[in-house]
Write a protein that binds this ligand. Sequence first.
Ligand code: UD1
Ligand code: CA
Length: 464
Amino acid sequence: MKTACIILAAGLGKRMGSPLPKVLHRMCGTTMLESVLSPVRKLRPDRTIIVAGRHIEAIKETLGNEGLSYVLQKEAKGTGHAVLCARRALGDFQGTAVVLNGDSPLVEHETIKKFLRLHRRDRNALSVISFIAKDPKDYGRIIRDGSGGISAIIEEKDADPLQKKICEVNSGVYALNGEALLLLDAIRMNRVKGEYYLTDIVTEAAKQGLKASAYCIGTEEEFMGVNTSEELARASLLMRRRISKKWSEKGVTFLDADSVFIHAGVSIGRDSVIYPNVHLEGHAKIGRGTTIFPNVRIVNSQIGSGVVIKDSSLIEDSKVKDMASVGPFAHLRPGSEVGAGARVGNFVELKKAVIGGESKASHLSYLGDTVIGRGVNIGAGTITCNYDGVKKHRTVLGDGVFVGSDTQFVAPVKVGRGAYIGAGSTITEDVPAGALALSRTRQKNIRGWADRRRKVTGSKRKKA
Ligand code: UD1
Ligand code: CA
């Protein structure tokens, strides 16, 4: 039996109070629409159709074209009209159409699969997933017919006081066979809202004696619809909890999971420990037994095993190899690599800097466009002057180089293996392997100078 999925994403989303199309609002690093699409892709449907409105180009740009077709619903005339637009695109498709709302981002693959099995087992023309809502006012009420089927779905605005008391509501996930899809033609415009309601096909099915069922599977949290920014925040929290639970079950320890933000595309190895207020974004990959202390943000980076990322560090598009240590207060800008067992400490900024294994840059440095060998010691306050106002230049330090504190490397410059750089040097020329480079002037002490000056200015020596 063939399956086509139809995702409704053409609504105006007025209640969000934002110019961004509702379904493109983000949660845990992905748009709501991508969150709906992800379980749909796992179903491997024969067709996936996105119904979009005037924001269709922005939606196409976000989702791409792979395995998707788009249908324009020029005016948001309601969910019934949206599915009608998709039906035209289905042509002579024979099978089950699964309809999902683009604003229900927490629906899971397993639930849709189970629902489709029930729909097919019971040979329904039309099925819908229902759930029990604590506060049902944002959802259509399921009206049961007393013989196991359903006879209508009534929206809040059309419900009478008795119907308003019903807590079993419509999730917005439907399975429709060919006959049910034909019922769309019979839907009349709802007078209260001036829209064609998809929910009205249930009434039409009852009129024509077609079999319609509601399956109360899953939780309210899974089916919550996002209509306001407050609901978006709540859905984001629920998704965050779902993600951290998944990693907890795989052996990751969170000191305070609710304060941690992990994007859906992130992976974390077991025995890693995540402190509060950590953000792991994009495709960040964390190895095993790694500790990430508070206030760290890691974006699209690969962190090895046994690594320690200390407090308040930012790592973007970089690599940190096994057993290395970064931070506190370190900034790894894109293209950086910290070798195995290396240390990058307090207030150190790297940009396109590759640091060899076991090397150390422990304090207050800027290392940009730099290749540093193994076992190198970078003294406090070392700076690469990589930019001459027009171009960027490289600094290359061989294995085992010792750089004294407060050194400046005026790039391009190379330092051979095992060389020493005296503290406070400004290095403008290459240094041969094994040499000592000194560029500061020799110190001179002028005895009695300070006392002579005080006599001239008449000031007194301060008591120590
Ligand atoms: C809808 C259902 C309600 C259900 C709830 C579940 C109807 C009439 N009501 O209500 O029974 O409990 O979802 O969350 O169907 N859309 C279009 N084109 C349109 C209008 C809407 O594509 O012309 C899309 C929206 O982008 C959205 C989805 O359809 O993704 C649902 O629309 P929305 O207006 O949010 O419906 P609800 O009032 O939440
Ligand atoms: Ca909605």
